[in-house]
Design a protein around this ligand. Structure first.
Ligand SMILES: O=C(O)CCC(=O)C(=O)O
Length: 313
């Protein structure tokens, strides 16, 4: 696709649906080289996990994700140049967030298949809404985020009181097909603005996979979009776009990169995301973004609408 068509169609998709699938932004070779260094850094099997007794003797649910000083991507920063210096991507993000946009966060995200999980943990997590595995991972491996499926959520969930002035850029390092826990996104769900997790969602048309999403500000019908693509492919979405994954059915952990990019406030030159945010039906931020955790940060809410919607199908 010509450069100007690529830019135009991605801007149009982002503005209308809060999502855009960018195609390949990394060569297979560059994606492989990043993937190889991640895979060489640890075992991607049950050895990632604490034993049941180790976990029981020191249960920690907060501070178990990557953070500055404990983030695998800090160790391979130059391998990320093909993303950081990608002129097409930079042109697109500059339109969305303004020329002065900057990196808010980036990390490796790994989808863990069932067979990699110790049996005690599988039964403990069964049916939970959000399975971020950080609490169960050995401390030396917490420089990556691990998921065993996650129900539909907004990326604003981690940012109470923040406005959605950032976007997510997700880059697959593996080929991702239907059994590899593809990201599943709800087109147009950003229109309802910032809403609390768990969200009011119903699969109203199971044949065409259309979800009715409600909040106190309104209701939208959202078509489910699966991000299935080859290694090096990327997608971007608005901070209020609902998305999630089921656990991978395949035996291979799915490894991806997740960037959050944000705008700088520079006078009164609103960028596209700022303009989109003035048109959201509901609130632009929430003091409380989620109601699924205990006071210690453990996920206690059961019921995962995304997983339940595909069980036995
Ligand atoms: O990669 C995954 O399995 C889930 C990632 C996700 O939803 C997120 O990072 O917000």
């Amino acid at each position: 696709m010509r450069k100007s068509n690529w830019l135009h169609s991605n801007l149009q998709s982002f503005e209308s649906y809060g999502i855009s699938f960018l195609g390949k932004i990394l060569s297979k070779q560059d994606a492989d080289s990043i993937l190889r260094s991640i895979k060489a850094s640890r075992p991607f099997d049950s050895n990632l996990f604490l034993s049941e007794s180790e976990f029981a003797s020191n249960q920690e649910f907060r501070g178990v994700n990557p953070r500055p000083g404990r983030n695998f991507l800090e160790t391979i920063a130059s391998a990320l140049d093909p993303i950081d210096k990608n002129a097409r991507l930079d042109g697109l993000v500059s339109k969305l967030l303004g020329d002065e946009y900057y990196l808010l966060d980036r990390k490796v995200v790994c989808g863990i298949p069932e067979w990699n999980m110790p049996p005690w943990l599988r039964s403990r997590l069964d049916g939970r809404a959000i399975n971020n595995l950080g609490a169960y991972i050995k401390p030396e491996y917490r420089d990556i985020t691990y998921f065993y499926g996650i129900d539909y959520h907004q990326d604003l969930i981690d940012w109470p009181e923040r406005e959605p002035n950032f976007i997510t850029l997700y880059v697959y390092l593996d080929d991702v097909g239907v059994d590899d826990a593809p990201l599943t996104l709800l087109a147009g769900s950003h229109h309802l603005g910032a809403t609390e997790f768990p969200h009011d969602l119903e699969l109203s048309d199971p044949t065409d996979r259309i979800w009715t999403y409600k909040s106190s500000s309104g209701e939208v019908e959202c078509s489910e979009k699966k991000f299935m693509a080859g290694a090096g492919s990327a997608a971007i979405w608005h901070a209020c776009t609902l998305h999630g994954t089921t656990p991978p059915k395949s035996t291979i952990a799915r490894i991806s990169l997740r960037y959050l990019l944000t705008s700088r406030q520079i006078g009164n030159r609103p960028n596209i995301v700022d303009i989109m945010n003035t048109k959201l039906f509901g609130s632009v931020s929430q003091k409380t973004t989620r109601r699924d955790q205990s006071s210690f940060g453990e996920i206690v809410k059961s019921g995962n609408k995304l997983i339940e919607s595909v069980v036995d199908k």
